[in-house]
Design a protein around this ligand. Structure first.
Ligand SMILES: [Zn+2]
Length: 301
């Protein structure tokens, strides 16, 4: 897939020149991803040898074919286990709708052969919010998408919406949703390790700004894809302080696919054909994100 390198890559290259220690941390992470093993570059699992120009044999440093890593996407089906999420008008659990749609989206993305996809939960079990963010961090995700279908007191409200992180909610409804969604657990600071706290602060701030821009771009893509296919709330691009969106270095969005509190939304979300439509729309948004404005660079150290 042709990937355009975004502002994020430019930022990272600049950081690499200015702050070698930060660059080194990123390089280590990348080496792990392409299969360089052990303490030295010569320590490999492969038994095959390659000839150098001097006629000596040398063990290859990289296992298998060195192909560019595919963008890694973490999908986060909301709730699970003892936490059912919102309970719908006719008793449907949000956790089941979120999981079924996330699995459908994961299948569509994987079938394209263009992405690596992981789910924060692969069955009906409870994961704390910080555990979901930690999972994305450990995987070195390029994009994090949390999937929900929450409830509101006003059962007449229906339609999808897409959230990005902000400490100041875009409206009272968004603030209420985030406060219900968030639990006591909190995710810590950015996963960036450099020697000077002052430098760390500056880098974290640059990365945070870039992540915010890319999260907003992804949210816009989802809204565009949903438009005319999936019913949207008025002003569907919203922001609020959702804990699962707090990764400083991974563009993250939370998609409310509709409201379980609305009879028509709940009925639609129970249909696999509707969930396929949502997944297809989201896949289109992901494709656009990684083709036009995405990035495959990891920022974790
Ligand atoms: Zn939810």
């Amino acid at each position: 897939m042709a990937l355009n390198f975004s502002r994020r890559n430019t930022l990272l290259m600049s950081i690499g020149v200015l702050f070698p220690s930060f660059s080194f941390a990123m390089k280590q992470k990348r080496q792990k991803r392409i299969g360089i093993t052990g303490k030295g570059r010569n320590q490999v699992k492969s038994t095959s040898k390659v000839r150098t120009f001097k006629g000596k044999t040398k063990t290859p440093a990289i296992i298998g074919k060195a192909r560019p890593a595919l963008p890694l996407i973490v999908l986060d089906p909301g709730h699970g286990g003892k936490d059912p999420g919102a309970i719908g008008y006719s008793g449907t659990y949000e956790k089941h709708v979120a999981y079924a749609t996330a699995v459908e989206l994961a299948n569509q993305l994987r079938r394209s052969g263009r992405y690596q996809v992981y789910l924060t939960r692969s069955s009906d079990h409870f994961i704390p919010l910080n555990g979901r963010v930690d999972f994305a961090q450990k995987k070195g995700a390029n994009l994090f998408i949390s999937m929900h279908a929450d409830a509101l007191r006003n059962s007449s409200v229906r339609g999808a919406s897409v959230y990005t992180l902000s400490n100041h909610a875009s409206d009272a409804q968004s603030a209420a949703l985030a406060s219900v969604e968030n639990q006591a657990d909190r995710y810590g600071g950015p996963n960036i390790h450099v020697t000077s706290p002052a430098v760390e602060k500056i880098l974290a701030s640059l990365v945070k700004m870039e992540t915010k821009k890319e999260s907003a771009a992804m949210a816009q893509n989802v809204v565009l894809s949903f438009n005319s296919r999936v019913g949207l709330l008025p002003n569907p691009k919203r922001h609020a302080a959702f804990v699962v969106l707090k990764s400083v270095n991974i563009p993250s969005i939370l998609v409310e696919m509709g409201f379980m509190s609305n009879r028509r939304d709940e009925a639609a979300l129970r249909q696999s054909s509707y969930r396929q439509l949502i997944a297809m729309s989201m896949k289109n948004a992901v494709d656009r994100y990684f083709t036009i404005g995405g990035s495959v660079t990891h920022l974790t150290g």
